[in-house]
Design a protein around this ligand. Structure first.
Ligand code: F6R
Length: 605
């Protein structure tokens, strides 16, 4: 992992590839590299650098012309970040160059075998193994060399291969890690993410797992790793190149938090059916009769998407009265889950490429389960693997940490819960009540965003904390979980989230003036219980920042948010806490869009 860009055409390739790498910087990486050639060139030219794309750019020599090339940003898995471990990896003769996302599981065995045959390795990476396999393969065509080499490896890959003897083509392959072809005018692009292509072309072909492609300047063809031709219909990317720009904000995170009123408007657009007080979700592929037979709903996701799933499960239980729960997909897939035919499984993923979620979906499908996807990226692996689902229409999310996709995913779950509820026992008046609540959300989010200056002041006051506690009850608990994750990811302040009801069962021992608590205190039937938790904390001299519908007497500070319907309140209560995490990280001078050790989409185990 993490980012691949390639180009073949007539233009000077190095600047194009560097620009593509810059567009992938958001995914997180620790080193970068580029290799170029051209039909008339004698061999491949390569530059690599630990650090940022600008460090790589500084190393690119004046004479680095070429019209074909591949480039990579690496996020270390095998071997530390270093010049040597950066991709591309070349063989000793400098004929083959490979960039690779994913993990080769049998790399050590293959490395031992190749070493015994006299191959000298220059890096600690798993990818270099594949380079040598291709270089040593004696098939006549590059396609066959790559195909036969891939047969020897076990694991996941998105790869792009350049060979000095075949300078008119790039061969790419996908298994578990995304590869997208971009079709231009007498030029072709390849990337692991459309973000790297959209400023040049919006016509793309997304490879399936087990698929390969040969791209030439004016042509491409796709085939399986067993050599059978496949048909690939180009589709048009709906996101514009400008959606990937910062748009006047200092960080992508700030831009994406600010975009939430519009993003929520988009997920609702065209879906509300006033007449029957319900919503229309065409992509679910689940008719009313089938929906009525569902006995249980299991939601699977990772990180922030798992938290969105927890709120989603609560919405489904309260509006549709179907037992529902959420579980980290990364755990689910390893516990040989009992798959029940009456359970509907829902996979949640912003990127649609998270390997743990994809693997859970594949396992469920193999066992005959029905799986829906709640996904942001159109045409992504999970969206394609699922039997149906909903897009959350948040637009591209560039910051490594998720904000607008989280909010839109929760709103998408509210729509799904309403849809299922109205098929089952939710009354027309409750349906109308939820629809009216949903319609109020964009404006209420805007109202919360207007309190940014006040939240910034609070963040400055709490930024000295070494650790923070987040508490909430029932609907408020997943909000606390997500807010604590956001804070730790970008500020690196340790944070814990607990159900407020659990305080006295242990965590109360931590409370002291140096450990502030952020409490979610909606004005609902649990208000008094939540207030009691605040009393318990205050009695131990803990500082409290409440997010509530009215000033909280026991809190040192309260951020007052507008009230919606109780089921929808978690959506609004999360927003000020995104700003709190943002401004805390800002006041600590953190690299907000690229937090340390994290990558945007985790396409490896
Ligand atoms: C946190 C964050 C991650 C992702 C997780 C799953 O801010 O963004 O926790 O939510 O890695 O990613 P997706 O949603 O792409 O499957």
């Amino acid at each position: 992992m993490c980012g691949i860009v390639g180009y073949i055409g007539k233009r000077d390739v190095a600047p194009l590839l560097l620009e593509g790498l810059q567009r992938l910087e958001y995914r997180g990486y620790d080193s970068a590299g580029v290799v170029v050639t051209s039909p008339k060139a004698a061999g491949l030219k390569m530059v690599k650098a630990k650090g940022r794309v600008r460090d790589l750019e500084a190393r690119v020599p004046k004479r680095f012309a070429g019209t074909t090339g591949i480039a990579h940003t690496r996020w270390a898995t095998h071997g530390a970040p270093s010049d040597e471990n950066a991709h591309p990896h070349m063989d000793a003769e400098g004929k083959v160059a490979v960039v690779h996302n994913g993990i080769i599981d049998n790399a050590s065995d293959l490395r031992a075998k190749l070493t015994a045959e006299g191959v000298e390795f220059l890096s600690e990476t798993d990818t270099e193994v594949l380079t040598h396999l291709i270089a040593r393969n004696d098939a006549d065509t590059l396609e066959e060399k790559v195909r036969q080499s891939l047969k020897l490896i076990e694991g996941t890959y998105g790869v792009a291969v350049l060979h000095a003897d075949f300078p008119d083509r790039i061969v790419v392959a996908r298994n578990g890690s995304p590869v997208v072809l971009g079709i231009g005018e007498k030029e072709m692009f390849v990337a692991s993410d459309v973000a790297a292509l959209v400023s040049h072309t919006r016509q793309v072909v997304t490879l399936d797992d087990g698929e390969m492609a040969t791209i030439k300047a004016d042509d491409f063809r796709t085939y399986t790793t067993s050599g059978t031709r496949t048909t690939a219909e180009p589709t048009t990317v709906e996101w514009e190149a400008e959606s990937y720009d910062m748009g006047g904000h200092d960080t992508y995170m700030h831009k994406e938090i600010s975009e939430q009123p519009d993003a929520v408007d988009r997920v609702l657009r065209g879906r509300i059916d006033e007449r029957f007080a319900t919503v229309r979700l065409g992509g679910l592929n689940l008719d009313a009769r089938e929906a009525r037979t569902i006995r249980r709903i299991k939601i699977l996701g990772c990180g922030t998407s798992y938290h969105a799933g927890l709120i989603g499960a609560g919405l489904i239980e309260s509006l549709a009265r179907v037992p529902a729960d959420a579980e980290p997909a990364s755990e689910f897939r390893y516990r040989n889950p009992v798959v029940d035919p009456d359970t509907l499984y829902i996979a949640v993923s912003q990127s649609g490429e998270t390997y743990d979620v994809l693997a859970a979906v594949q396992e469920l499908k193999r066992k005959g389960a029905r799986v829906l996807g709640v996904v942001n990226v159109v045409g992504s692996a999970i969206a394609r693997e699922a039997d149906g689902g909903m897009y959350v229409h948040a637009g591209p999310e560039v910051c490594v940490v998720s904000t607008k996709c989280f909010t839109n995913t929760v709103v998408a779950f509210a729509l799904l819960a309403l849809h299922l509820g109205r098929i089952r026992d939710l009354s027309v008046s409750d349906g109308k009540r939820i629809i009216e609540g949903l319609r109020r959300l964009p404006e209420q989010i805007q109202q919360i965003l207007q309190a940014e200056a006040e939240i910034k002041k609070l963040a400055d006051q709490y930024a000295d904390a070494k650790s923070m506690m987040f508490i909430g009850r029932v609907r408020g608990y997943p909000v606390a979980l997500e807010a604590s994750l956001k804070l730790k990811e970008i500020s690196y302040i340790h944070a814990e989230a607990y159900p407020a009801s659990e305080l006295k069962h242990g965590p109360l021992a931590l409370i002291e003036p140096a450990l502030p608590t952020v409490a979610i205190v909606p004005d609902d039937d649990l208000l008094e219980k939540n207030r009691a938790a605040l009393e318990e904390i205050k009695a131990r001299s803990g500082r409290i920042l409440a997010v509530a519908h009215q000033e909280q007497e026991k809190a040192d500070h309260t951020v007052v948010v507008p009230k919606n319907e109780p089921e929808l309140d978690p959506i609004l209560m999360g927003i000020p806490l995104q700003l709190l995490a943002y401004h805390t990280a800002l006041s600590l001078g953190r690299d907000i869009d690229k937090p340390r050790n994290l990558a945007k989409s985790v396409t490896v185990e």
